[in-house]
Design a protein around this ligand. Structure first.
Ligand SMILES: C[S@@+](CC[C@H](N)C(=O)[O-])C[C@H]1O[C@@H](n2cnc3c(N)ncnc32)[C@H](O)[C@@H]1O
Length: 253
């Protein structure tokens, strides 16, 4: 049975679309967690609604608790675009090394099928090694201000250009065997924001451009700068395709 999504909504505080003259397109953020991706789309000018199977008290926008794969086509059709970040564990290097990838669900194919059926512009984000189709790759070195080397793949059904990839700098380390041990500062240099990690939560938040998350949420998140960058191109795509559809046929005299 499909979830009556509205019943799960926890912050019914919508920003009216189109307020201030500039139309706010609506973006649905599936598998939203605490909203790293969502923040980037909001910064790009979208009105974002997040969906996650677990409660997400730190998600900063409207939130619906639901299984993303049980949403009805009627509900999905209320949005102008959809982003999805299905769980990455099954595709990660760690699971491959530990040979336990089968312990995790592989949701990319069913998610893609669902998104294609909507006919909407979509983005699927995941880790390197995930079976995305013709993805672009984003890295923290592409965005001034970020201090994480967080390679993420983005599959889109509209074209996206990507900034040049910089040289990977040395990352702050706690490992005394590394030649740069003791020569870096986690509030200045690149850091690792993972389960193990190598920096304070303050440094992790600053490095990712995320001020509101706890450490376990930061580990899962993508930097908002990535989705702001993609969101700007998505908005241009929506404006362009909407304009094309809005052209009225000329009357023949
Ligand atoms: C990698 S995190 C997403 C991170 C997020 N994009 C960000 O940037 O902060 C994946 C999320 O998917 C959620 N999830 C897993 N299975 C789900 C399902 N079937 N439906 C909805 N959410 C699900 C998990 O609870 C988790 O919060």
């Amino acid at each position: 049975m499909r979830h009556p999504a509205a019943l799960f909504e926890t912050s019914p505080n919508p920003t009216p679309s189109g307020k201030g003259g500039d139309k706010k397109y609506k973006l649905l953020d599936l598998f939203c967690c605490a909203g790293g991706a969502a923040k980037g789309y909001q910064d790009a000018g979208f009105e974002v609604v997040g969906v996650d199977i677990d409660p997400q008290p730190n998600f900063p926008y409207r939130f619906i608790q639901s299984d993303a794969l049980s949403l009805s086509s009627e509900f999905l059709g209320r949005f102008d675009a959809i982003h999805a970040s299905p769980p990455c564990q099954a595709y990660s290097d760690l699971a491959k090394r530990n040979r336990n990838a089968d312990a995790w669900p592989r949701l990319i194919d069913p998610v893609r099928d669902m998104l294609i059926k909507t006919g909407l512009p979509y983005i699927i984000e995941n880790v390197e090694g995930a079976p995305l189709q013709n993805p672009v790759i984003l890295c923290g070195t592409m965005f001034p201000g970020l201090r994480v080397l967080r390679h993420r793949l983005f599959e889109t059904n509209f074209s996206v250009i990507v900034p040049p990839h910089g040289r990977h700098p040395k990352v702050h380390t706690f490992d005394k065997r590394k030649s740069h041990y003791g020569k870096t500062n986690d509030m200045v240099d690149f850091v690792q924001v993972t389960g193990g990690g190598n920096c304070t939560i303050m440094a992790a938040r600053e490095a990712m451009g995320i001020s509101w998350m706890k450490k376990s949420e930061l580990n899962e998140a993508i930097p908002p700068a990535y989705t702001k960058y993609i969101g700007m191109q998505l908005k241009a795509h929506i404006v362009q395709t909407t304009a094309t559809h809005d052209v009225k046929p000329k009357k023949i005299a």
